[in-house]
Design a protein around this ligand. Structure first.
Ligand SMILES: [Fe+2]
Length: 353
């Protein structure tokens, strides 16, 4: 019969020297390396010291018996192969040893030693499969965790790259329109504060911050003399300025950067109003992303509170009156409530450099 691993080591724990010797000689002839112990305690010491591949043990032994030895081994190593060879052969003993995790039970005296060899080889084969399976699982888990870490690192790098691109674009827009310097940053800080009030999900919060930073990106296509014109705009000039929401969306759509957030949609919708009276599409209510509804309120409040080329600052009170007056009609009711609460109760204020 084929032996699975001829160098496998077997620990024999048997108090009867004659039985122990005969099994040792037979198994050595089968090609196994044999360790011997004459009682349970020595057996356990050898098991701990030498780490054999399999243990054959008697049940009735002085001191630590076979049941105690089985219990001690299985406590730490439930997958360790053990074969009980006992003269009692009682049904209760067989059940008790199986419950303790013994893999096989042979009755003494073993009439045909080939049965012992068969039992040993089957146990070693099963044990090897268990070990390989464990190794494979461990390897798989390591691989999964390594790949997950790598993906997270790349995702983080991509995010950082996108954020730096957004920063560059934002400062480019601001350079062309110095009269509204700081507008994007102040709008961003108010929009994010409102989002916190509304407990917006963390992943949406990041996207809102970036969209707010470049919400007026489309103004790069508007002549700077119109952006900086001191005094009232003509209706054609006003219409031209209004195209910036669509142009911003077009630029972000044509670009190759794939944002993990709906930035282009937020930019597109930042002048929409919930009753459908905004531009460029006249969308209403829940057709608008919550991020867009937040950004539109933050944008209006900042714009009214601050200085513009065509008028002096109107002040925060006037800005807050404006959103209160149109709460639920032009502006999302919950967003307005959150914004008013920030200024009234949370001491929110804009920072001007
Ligand atoms: Fe705008």
């Amino acid at each position: 019969m084929e032996t699975i691993d001829t160098k496998a080591s077997i620990l024999l724990v048997e108090d009867d020297p004659f039985v122990r010797k005969s099994m040792a000689v037979f198994l050595e002839n089968c090609g196994f390396h044999i360790l011997q112990a004459e009682n349970g305690r020595k057996g356990f010491e050898l098991f701990t010291e030498k780490v054999p591949d399999l243990m054959i043990l008697d049940l009735q032994m002085p001191g630590m018996n076979g049941f105690d030895l089985l219990a001690a081994i299985k406590n730490d190593n439930s997958a360790f192969p053990t074969i009980v060879v006992s003269g009692t052969g009682s049904r209760d003993d067989v059940i008790a040893t199986m419950k303790l995790g013994a893999w096989d039970y042979l009755t003494k005296p073993i009439e045909d030693m080939v049965l012992l060899e068969l039992s040993v080889n089957q146990a070693l084969e099963k044990s090897q499969l268990i070990k390989e399976n464990k190794r494979y699982q461990l390897h798989l888990e390591e691989e999964v965790s390594q790949r997950t870490a790598e993906l997270q690192r790349r995702e983080q790098e991509l995010k950082m790259t996108l954020i730096s691109i957004v920063d560059v674009v934002a400062s480019m827009v601001e350079k062309r329109d110095p009269y509204t310097a700081g507008h994007e940053q102040r709008v961003t800080s108010l929009a994010l504060a409102i989002a916190r009030e509304l407990e917006l999900a963390e992943e949406r919060y990041e996207g809102l911050g970036l969209a707010a930073t470049i919400h007026d990106l489309g103004k790069v296509a508007i002549p700077s003399e119109i952006l900086a014109k001191p005094g009232k705009l003509t209706s054609i000039e006003y219409q031209l300025i209004q195209t910036h929401a669509q142009i911003g969306y077009d630029i972000l759509t044509e670009g190759t950067a794939e944002f993990p957030w709906p930035i282009k949609t937020i930019v597109h919708q930042h002048h929409e109003r919930i009753n459908g009276s905004g531009y460029p599409l006249g969308l209403s209510g829940h057709d608008l992303l919550i991020e867009s509804r937040i950004l539109s309120v933050a944008d209006v409040v900042e714009a009214m509170a601050s200085h513009r080329p065509y008028r002096p600052a109107l002040g925060i009170e006037v800005a807050l009156q404006e959103i209160s007056k149109h709460q639920g009609t032009l502006y999302d009711a919950d967003v307005v409530t959150a914004c008013l609460s920030l200024f009234a109760n949370k001491k929110f204020s804009f920072e001007y450099s």
